[in-house]
Design a protein around this ligand. Structure first.
Ligand code: CP
Ligand code: NVA
Length: 300
């Protein structure tokens, strides 16, 4: 694997391979076993948006694997003042062994990969969040013992998370039901692909989507970059929430996941989040192990 730009580029086998490596790395970390597989390697981490989990998991991940991580805020880089991504890619390729980038436009990530000569890892764009979904699949597998045949239900904004959840879950043989308001559905290309390659539905009916679900997932109603729409979105998304009514129609042992940060009382109630905190914080922890697996696949 050269890059991780989006999950659509990976096969089911690639995903299983990453999940198996992540499980192994988690076991080793818990047992104090270290492998400095990335000794002497440096990862540049470009952030054009905020981050807690992605930044810390990649940074700690690099140290765990014997390498170094450089935090590069777009505010300080010349890219933030308009230096073309083609030039940035070619310059950074001469200093670094890999780049993890969090930005707005998916095209920017694809351009880094096109013009640079080092592995590029997508740490979230407006289009997708592949690293998060690898950690999510790892967490579901850990709690449920497998993935095939499970029903994933996503409730809320059809955003970057939704796009990656759909692709990741369908590739792993899960069915996916999404409940979103009209006009806030996932990207059309993703929905078309999902309908042609698996069991997929997109509805405005939250309870229909949640019926018999094995995993319930939600994300914020206003993503990074949409802060100005937050008040309007609170009205549009009212009811698109994981709450006790939704839990009542899902399977009794349904898991709840949230990529975090969460807005309690909006997309999820405090009660449901706290009742499923073990799953949600295992999911957050698994960012570290899954990111290390991605680093090993791309950089080792
Ligand atoms: N879930 C996630 O990507 O979190 P951060 O925005 O904190 O990195
Ligand atoms: N959809 C959210 C995900 C944050 C991890 C955002 O883009 O802000």
């Amino acid at each position: 694997m050269n890059h991780l730009l989006k999950l659509m580029d990976l096969t089911e086998k690639d995903i299983i391979d990453i999940l198996n490596t992540a499980d192994q790395l988690k076991y080793e970390k818990k047992n104090g076993i270290t492998h400095h597989i990335l000794k002497g390697k440096t990862l540049g981490m470009i952030f054009e948006k905020s981050s807690t989990r992605t930044r810390v998991s990649f940074e700690v991940g690099m140290y765990d694997l014997g390498g170094t991580a450089l935090f590069l805020s777009a505010r300080d880089l010349q890219i933030g003042r308009g230096e073309p991504v083609q030039d940035t890619a070619r310059v950074l390729s001469r200093y670094l062994d890999g780049i993890m980038i969090r930005t707005f436009d998916q095209e920017e990530v694809e351009s880094l990969a096109k013009y640079g000569t080092i592995p590029i890892i997508n740490g979230l764009t407006d289009y997708c969040h592949p690293c998060q979904v690898l950690a999510d699949l790892m967490t579901i597998r850990e709690h449920k013992g497998g993935l095939k045949g499970l029903k994933m239900c996503y409730i809320g904004d059809g955003n970057n998370m939704t796009n990656s959840i759909i692709v990741g879950c369908i590739k792993m043989g899960m069915s996916v039901s999404v409940a979103c308001p009209d006009g806030y559905t996932p990207d059309a290309d993703i929905m078309k692909w999902a309908s042609e390659n698996g069991t997929f539905e997109c509805t405005t009916d939250v309870l229909k989507a949640a019926k018999d679900a094995d995993v319930l997932y939600t994300d914020v109603w206003a993503s990074m970059g949409q802060e100005g729409e937050a008040e309007e979105r609170k009205k549009i998304f009212k009811g698109y929430q994981i709450n006790s009514d939704v839990m009542a129609v899902a399977h009794d042992d349904a898991m709840v996941l949230h990529c975090l940060p969460a807005h309690r009382g909006e997309e999820i109630t405090d009660e449901v989040l706290e009742a499923h905190a073990d799953e949600i914080f295992d999911e957050a922890e698994n960012r570290l192990h899954a990111q290390k697996a991605v680093l090993v696949k791309c950089l080792a």
